[in-house]
Design a protein around this ligand. Structure first.
Ligand code: G6P
Length: 369
């Protein structure tokens, strides 16, 4: 096992550090910014169904559901196709409406999650075309979908999903950009610009990993907290959900992720000097809005840890702690901004003596409902 961990103390840490590589592996042969090439080999016969879809329904559970939420924003922005993101367990039991022209994307690291598999079969029985986005080759969801794309992240052993999440984002974003290009819903110039940015993501993730030592120091200070709030807007809203999920899964600290603006409809009541609030506040179209949200938290004495874009001059004056990540297009930012959150949860869990690779009560793959 020590050999399999490749010198890392835990599989989770190894898998976090593998991400520059796993994201590149996921892009290999599929994306080439200099030629404008973008092609997912597993999506051929039904590619037109996706391009001409009236609606896309994404079904998933857990972390995979969070990647679906990011993908919702990407598909809607660039493809102008309405997207619905569904918890597989809810979708399958409520007699969902599936029309001709709807396509389903089932997202699952293991490809064996019982609810996702059942939801997908239900949609299929109602005539939907199913695309599978799975990591495990030959898994049930991969085999039973019409077409799909593998995430090629390599085996993920840690129960808390890390590299599978970023690989899912990579595949789903490639799918969206391919569709947008085919539909002509983005300009050639914007498309090429995004491919160039996309190709730089592995190097930017690598830069985030260099923040490890700083994050260890922050983890020391917050390891005994009993609650955490994670807030983000736009593309970083699902990242807030994912950051909170990572922390609660492995450190057993209660954590909630919320859209930052929604805070005033509830979570703001929880804020006092004991409450660490992680803002994912990178420079994007909702930057000014999130700055006001930080002020609202500061006014109530919350302790702010902010993930910001390199060179941000404003937020460091307001937050107790800042973690700077490289800038990129906002649609690609979740691939970058989630990395420090993975590290934060990992270190806090280790400092609390938790079994990070096999947290209590959790399974890597939930094959019963
Ligand atoms: C379990 C795992 C999570 C995972 C979820 C969905 O809860 O612990 O890490 O995100 O299942 O799994 P899937 O294999 O379908 O992505």
């Amino acid at each position: 096992e020590a050999i399999e961990k490749g010198g890392y103390e835990h599989f989770m840490l190894k898998e976090i550090f593998e991400q520059p590589r796993s994201i590149s592996d996921c892009m290999r042969g599929r994306l080439n910014a200099s030629t404008g090439h973008l092609m997912l080999g597993g999506i051929r016969e039904y590619a037109n169904k996706l391009v001409n879809a009236d609606r896309i329904i994404m079904i998933a559970c857990g972390t995979s559901w969070h990647s679906a939420l990011v993908a919702e924003y990407v598909f809607e922005e660039f493809c102008r196709i309405p997207v619905e993101v569904e918890y597989a367990s809810e979708f399958r039991y409520r007699n969902p409406v599936i029309n001709e022209g709807d396509v389903v994307i089932a997202i699952s690291q293991s490809g064996e999650t019982a609810d996702t598999l059942a939801a997908m079969e239900l949609a299929k029985s109602k005539g939907a075309i199913i695309f599978g986005v799975c990591n495990v080759v030959g898994s049930s969801i991969a085999r039973n979908s019409h077409e799909g794309a593998y995430t090629h992240a390599g085996p993920e052993i840690g129960v808390a999903s890390t590299k599978a999440f970023t690989a899912q984002l990579t595949v789903l974003t490639m799918m969206a950009l391919r569709v947008a290009h085919r539909k002509g819903s983005i300009t050639e110039r914007k498309y090429r610009e995004l491919l160039v940015e996309f190709e730089q993501i592995p190097a930017k993730v690598e830069k985030c990993l260099e923040l490890n030592e700083d994050i260890i120091k922050i983890s020391e200070l917050f390891k005994d907290a009993t609650n955490f709030l994670y807030l983000g807007r736009g593309y970083n809203f699902p990242v807030a959900l994912e950051g909170a999920l990572k922390l609660k899964e492995i450190s057993y600290i209660h954590a909630e992720g919320y859209p930052a603006a929604e805070m005033k409809h509830g979570p703001i009541a929880l804020i006092d000097e004991e409450m660490p609030v992680v803002f994912i506040a990178t420079r994007d179209s909702s930057y000014d809005k999130i700055v006001s949200n930080i002020q609202e938290v500061k006014a109530r004495k919350g302790k702010v840890i902010a993930i910001v874009t390199e060179g941000d001059a404003l937020i460091p004056k307001m937050a107790e702690f800042v973690i700077e990540v490289p800038s990129t297009n906002e649609a690609l930012m979740p691939l970058v901004s989630v990395i420090p959150l993975q590290l934060l949860s990992y270190h806090i869990a280790v400092m609390r003596g938790c079994n990070v690779d096999q947290p209590r009560n959790l399974a890597k793959s939930v094959t019963v409902e």
